[in-house]
Ligand binder design. Structure first.
Ligand code: NAD
Length: 457
């Protein structure tokens, strides 16, 4: 298969061309990794306090460009301006948090007879980060910030549709004084530049965020070189609502409409106790009908477009217009619009109820009791996140243990904080990002034993 030499970035709200950028070839990846290797050798020798200072400076430079980055994100990804500001701020905060971890990245001393045993935490070398288009800035930083802080160099491949904010971040890194070659961004096609990065023998680790299908391929390629890989993949998260919950908050439509539903943590399976099913259905019908869909740069807008024609076609295939459900309204076009939708006639084992749709669509399903709720919640190949709503603390704890997902919230829809660990169970991923152990994931542990035995007498 042949690929275009350029990537054309479209504004998803208007279909206007925002920019074209060259697509990296395998040779470009080779050259970038060689530059990164050289930069990493020097970076690893920088005193921890100086490394931390440079990363804090990078955070400060990002802070001064939050508005610019946010407006770029609106144009290339169709995100709401307010959300895009949060995303740029998340990059800044994560860089500062990772900088704070540099001096705390310590090995251990372990008591052993006849000597001293110490562990050294060493950087891996060059880390490849492959990012998706749904949160281009934060997800680039989730991999890059802790990897850099732990003494590695990073080569980042953004998604084909959203290379611009990542390219701008690379410029800002240089402006902040990060060494040339340490943080490089190579826009390109997944099967070309992405594969070349994954297969490069000098890339010591891959951090991949994207679909489960591509993640599986990346993992297989890493396995051939026994290369460590972190996978953040798809989700089909449950929102479990018991009859005793605060129903209005529990069925907030933005729990699945945020980012037009293009959110791996979107609560797209609304599981409702049957005694309140009708009440919830009515609440959702009103809420969905009143969502303001349109220009993402307008601060009154509540939901923007999908990322691309391809994504729109996928959502349309999985959610035919005659499928029974509750629907809002969306513009006709130009732009990639899909109306907020709650499907009400799906069987729990239907494709729409089990597969990640990645659009503004949820399915509403009834359950009878606690055991039934747990069974339905776990009846999916994914296990990324989920919410459970009840005023019964015992039940909340039982469900927190029983639901197989990496990130659960009780009486809340929140999923991600950069200082708490994040990652998936089952086919939602492998490994954890963020949180207090984020830097350690980018180190090798070396054990050194030093004998204290004197010369034989
Ligand atoms: P995708 O798998 O199509 O692409 C992700 C990235 O992989 C892109 O940069 C792409 O160019 C690259 N890629 C494609 N083929 C490749 C290959 N053969 N080798 C190496 N790289 C390759 O995913 P997407 O459609 O961009 O993103 C949406 C998906 O990401 C959804 O499934 C979503 O749930 C998931 N996601 C997960 C998380 C999480 O933290 N778990 C976060 C955000 C998005």
């Amino acid at each position: 298969m042949s690929y275009e030499h350029e990537l054309t970035v479209l504004n998803p709200a208007t279909e206007e061309v925002v920019a074209t950028v060259p697509a990296a070839t395998a040779a470009d990846v080779d050259a970038a990794v060689a530059r990164a290797s050289k930069a990493q050798a020097r970076w690893a020798a920088v005193a921890p306090a100086d490394r931390a200072r440079l990363l804090r400076r990078f955070a400060d430079v990002v802070d001064r460009h939050v508005e610019e980055l946010a407006r770029l994100e609106v144009r290339e990804a169709g995100h709401l301006l307010g959300n895009a500001r949060w995303e740029a701020g998340n990059v800044r905060d994560l860089l500062a948090y990772a900088a704070g971890g540099v001096e705390r990245l310590n090995g251990r001393q372990i008591p052993v007879p006849g000597g001293l045993d110490i562990t050294l935490l060493e950087p891996l070398g060059v880390v490849g980060v492959i990012a998706p288009w749904n949160f281009p800035m934060p997800i680039a930083a989730w991999g890059a910030a802790p990897a850099l802080a732990a003494g590695n160099a990073v080569v980042l491949k953004p998604a084909e549709t959203t290379p611009l904010t990542a390219l701008r971040l690379a410029e800002l890194a240089l402006e902040a004084g990060l060494p040339e070659g340490l943080f490089q961004v190579l826009p390109g096609h997944g099967p070309v530049a992405g594969t070349a990065l994954v297969e490069h023998p000098e890339v010591a680790k891959i951090v991949f965020t994207g679909s489960t299908r591509t993640g599986r391929d990346v993992m297989e390629r890493c396995a051939r070189q026994v290369k460590p890989v972190t996978l953040e993949l798809g989700g089909k998260s449950p929102n479990i609502v018991f009859a005793d919950a605060d129903l209005k908050t529990a069925v907030d439509p933005f729990s699945f409409l945020d980012n037009s539903g293009q959110d791996c943590c979107a609560r797209t399976r609304i599981l409702v106790q049957e005694s309140v099913y009708d009440e919830v259905r009515e609440l959702l019908a009103d809420a969905v009908a009143s969502v303001v869909v349109g220009d993402p740069a307008d601060e009154k807008t509540q939901m923007g477009p999908l990322i691309s024609r391809q994504q729109l076609d996928r959502v349309r295939r999985l959610v035919p217009s005659d499928a029974p459900g509750l629907r809002g309204i969306a513009p006709d076009g130009p732009g990639f619009w899909f109306a907020p939708t709650v499907l009400t006639g799906e069987a729990p084992d239907s494709e729409a109820a089990r597969e990640e749709i990645f659009g503004p669509v949820a399915v509403l399903l009834p359950f009878t009791d606690e055991q039934d709720a747990i069974r339905l919640a776990n009846d999916t190949p994914y296990g990324l996140s989920g919410s459970l709503w009840t005023r019964d603390i015992g039940r909340a704890l039982r469900l927190s243990r029983a639901v197989k997902a990496g990130n659960l919230s009780v009486n809340s829809h929140s999923s991600v904080r950069y200082w708490t660990p994040f990652g998936g169970y089952k086919q939602s991923g492998l490994g954890r990002e963020l949180g207090p152990d984020a830097l350690t994931a980018f180190t090798e542990t070396k054990n050194v034993f030093i004998s204290t035995e004197g010369p034989a007498q």
